[in-house]
Every structure is written in C-alpha cells, then in structure tokens.
Write a protein that binds this ligand. Structure first.
Ligand SMILES: Cc1cc2nc3c(=O)[nH]c(=O)nc-3n(C[C@H](O)[C@H](O)[C@H](O)COP(=O)(O)OP(=O)(O)OC[C@H]3O[C@@H](n4cnc5c(N)ncnc54)[C@H](O)[C@@H]3O)c2cc1C
Length: 405
C-alpha cells in the first residue's frame, strides 16, 4: 500500500469523528475520507433518546463542524454504503460499484436494532438514528399510548422521555426487574421504583409472544395478556454491522475481532465502537461494548496506532444514562463479583454501589453521584483492593484516598 491514499473510515458516527479528530490533532497530514451510509454528517446518538427526543433541539448533535472538516481537508461522504475492503489493494469497495483507495481503513459501522420477528408496521418502531427519533417524537403526544418492549437503557430512556411528553407508557420486560443482569436483584429493584414513581406501568417477567399492527393500533400479545398501543418501541438490543468485515475475509464473531490495539486480523484494517469485539487487557478476554466512551477510546486507540504510536485500549468501560430526573453511571464489569458495598442508602436521591471480587474493586454503579464514578474508574483500572468499610463510609473522601495512594 502506498502512503498517499490516507485513511478511509467506514461509518460516520462517534468512532469515525473521534478517529478523525485524533488523526488531525496528532499531525496526520494525508487524506482522511469518512464514508457514511446515513444522509447526515457524523452526529452523536445519546441525545436521540433524551433531549432531542423531547425537545427536538439538534444543536448538540453534530460531531464534526463542516468548517472544521473543510479546513482540515477531511472528506465526508454521506449516503454511501461500503461493502468490502480489498486487503491486497487497500481499496474500499462501495455499493455503487466504485471504490476508494486507502493506506489504512477503520471500520466504525456500529450496530442496528435487533428486530422482533414478524413485527411490521409504521407504528412499530426502533430507535437508532436521527430519523427514528424525529419520527418517534411525532408519536408522543399527551395521552398517546406507548408500549415499550425491553427495559434496558434505550427502553428506559424512551419511557422517560415519553412521560415528559405526556404519553401513557407501559414497559414490558422479560426479566424479573430492569437491568437485573447488570445490577443484581437488590439494586435492580431501585429501577422498578424509578419507573413506577414516574407513572410508568412497568410489567416485569413478561414474555412478548407477538406484535401486530391492526389499522391505527398495535396489539402486543404477552404472557401477561394483551396490550393495545398507538405506538410500540422495541428496545431489545443491537446487532453489530460486521458484514463488511466478513465480506473482506476478516475474523468476525459477535462483531469484528480486534486486538488490544483495535487492529483486525488484517494489519492495515482497524475497527472501533459498537461493532468491535476487542481483546481487553483488563478483562482477560473479548468484549463488545455498546457505549459512547468505548467508541471514543477505541477510535483514539486505532488512530494512534495508525500514526505508529503504539497504544492499547485498556480503560475500564464507562457509560451513563439519564432516566427521569436521575443520572445513572456505571464503570467496570461486575460479573463474578462476590460483594456489593453501598455508599449511601438506595432510598436516598443519590447513592453508589461498589462491586468487589476477592476484595478488588471490579465495578461501580452510581445514581446522581458522578464524582464517585470518577474515583471508581481509577480504582477499577488499577485493580485496587479497597476495604469495604472505607468505600461505605460517607466521611471518607474517596478522591483524597486515591490521591494519597
Ligand atoms: C438512542 C441512543 C441513545 C444512547 N445513549 C447513550 C448514553 O446515554 N450513554 C452511552 O454511553 N451510550 C449511549 N448510546 C450508545 C452510543 O451512541 C454508541 O455506543 C455509539 O454511537 C457508537 O458509536 P459507533 O461509531 O460505533 O457507531 P454509530 O454511532 O452507530 O455509527 C455507525 C455509522 O456507520 C454507518 N454504517 C454502517 N454500515 C455502514 C457501511 N457499510 N457503509 C457506510 N456506513 C455504514 C451507520 O449508518 C452509522 O451511521 C446510545 C445509543 C442510542 C442509539
């Protein structure tokens, strides 16, 4: 591959934007081309289920200002689908039959909502894109009957925004409580309280058997009976857009396999964001993560490695969610933890839970306590052993404790 074609980034989302900024900020002078399938320039998704869904304010969505990309010689192509990377020539093939040459390729194709089988109709919706959010906002008038399938983060945020817009909301969750797998029964119960206090009809332990649109209504058949809605939002996870990698002969399996440098099985092709299934040093295994911070960190890692600055994506994973009036944050991976230590009471407005294994802090979850999560990020990254009574003691300044260490 010659050194003049530059970097081609497939996908125009969070990872694409961060990789572009990192490359230019660190002095990469060759061409950068972003190929995005959507009609929009790169934009961020978190507001789509929050303020953009409620207020329609798009001022915070754009990730790369046109004036900046123009000044930086970055080409942003929208409405363009890439289909394959030719590993011999370095060309990225497009669906229109043309191709773009590259020295390095970053695959940042994200994911698409997992579909509920047989659920078709213009009142049955998913939320992934700006267009999805714009359409959904039109449905959420006061008194509109909304059924949300799935009480994960997208489902919970849609329920929250819909309540803010005055809709009547029913949430159907298969598990006995929302976020049960992530938080465990005791903490998941706080999610039940949050939904219920906001006037949501939350039904847990419910299996959805079918979703059918009948005229202007949608009927949801479940193990707990039939629910009738004006609109249904399905939030049951995403599937990675890894077909381009498979078509290019790269190793895939629940996303595109990358090493700790975010490099795929081809030395000049990288992957980052929701589509990347990374070998993670902190976890001693692979993980595919669907959060904003991970997309940003992996993109920066890929960009640095393209620049020849050997960099590893090793931070603990972190994310936030805004639901009703609460800000939820989580860092790390609690799986396998054998102790949960509470700082504060779950009855209070703000509190933090620390997850430990063999005394080592593995993860933390906080409600309206972002400072605790900042400290926990350091402790989790450092695999620190912290005495439970120290974590639990509200008089101990955790920042100070980390500083001193
Ligand atoms: C509604 C919503 C709310 C969210 N809220 C939060 C939150 O509060 N906190 C948090 O941490 N995370 C949140 N997330 C997750 C976060 O937005 C994602 O983790 C992040 O967008 C991933 O970035 P990405 O670049 O990997 O993928 P994306 O942002 O999805 O970008 C991928 C882009 O690639 C395009 N593409 C796919 N295939 C091709 C192809 N073959 N050719 C060309 N283009 C292609 C897609 O159309 C898409 O535009 C939210 C996500 C959604 C949908």
């Amino acid at each position: 591959m010659s050194a003049e074609h530059g970097v081609v980034i497939v996908g125009g989302g969070q990872a694409a934007a961060v990789a572009t900024r990192t490359l230019r900020r660190r002095g990469y002078a060759a061409p950068i081309t972003i190929l995005g399938e959507e009609p929009h320039r790169p934009y961020q998704r978190p507001p789509l289920s929050k303020e953009f869904l409620v207020k329609g304010d798009d001022s915070a969505l754009d990730l790369l200002a046109p004036a900046w990309t123009e000044a930086q010689g970055v080409t942003v192509r929208t409405g363009v689908r890439a289909t394959r990377v030719d590993s011999a020539s370095g060309a990225v093939d497009l669906a229109d039959g043309t191709s773009v040459r590259a020295d390095h390729v970053l695959l940042a194709t994200g994911g698409r909502p997992r579909r509920f089988p047989g659920a078709d109709g213009d009142r049955i919706r998913y939320l992934r894109t700006r267009a999805d959010a714009e359409t959904l906002r039109g449905d959420l008038a006061p008194g509109a009957r909304l059924v949300v399938v799935g009480a994960g983060f997208i489902g919970a945020e849609v329920a929250s925004s819909a309540r803010a817009l005055g809709a009547e909301v029913t949430v159907l969750e298969m598990a006995p409580a929302p976020l049960l797998g992530l938080l465990g029964p005791r903490l998941a119960e706080t999610c039940v309280r949050r939904h219920t206090a906001a006037g949501v009809d939350l039904r847990c332990g419910v299996t959805v058997a079918g979703i059918q649109q009948a005229g202007e209504e949608v009927v949801v058949e479940t193990s707990a009976g039939r629910f009738v809605a004006d609109v249904v939002v399905i939030g049951i996870g995403i599937e990675p857009n890894d077909e381009i990698a498979a078509a290019s002969g790269l190793v895939v399996g629940n996303g595109i396999h990358v090493d700790e440098h975010c490099r795929t099985s081809h030395p000049h092709v990288y992957a980052a964001g929701d589509v990347a299934n990374q070998l993670h040093p902190l976890l001693e295994g692979r993980v595919r993560v669907e959060h904003f911070d991970n997309a940003s960190k992996q993109a920066a890692t890929a960009a640095n490695n393209i620049l020849g600055r050997t960099t590893v994506a090793a931070d603990p994973h972190w994310f936030w969610s805004d639901q009703y009036d609460a800000n939820l944050q989580y860092v790390g991976h609690a799986s396998g933890s054998d102790d949960i230590v509470l700082r504060g009471s779950t009855e209070a407005d703000s509190w933090t839970a620390f997850f430990l294994r063999d005394g080592v802090l593995r993860a933390a979850f906080a409600v309206d306590n972002p400072e605790d999560i900042m400290v926990a990020r350091e402790l989790v990254a450092g695999r620190r052993v912290v005495a439970p009574e120290v974590l639990a003691d509200p008089d101990v300044d955790l920042f100070e404790m980390v500083e001193q260490a």
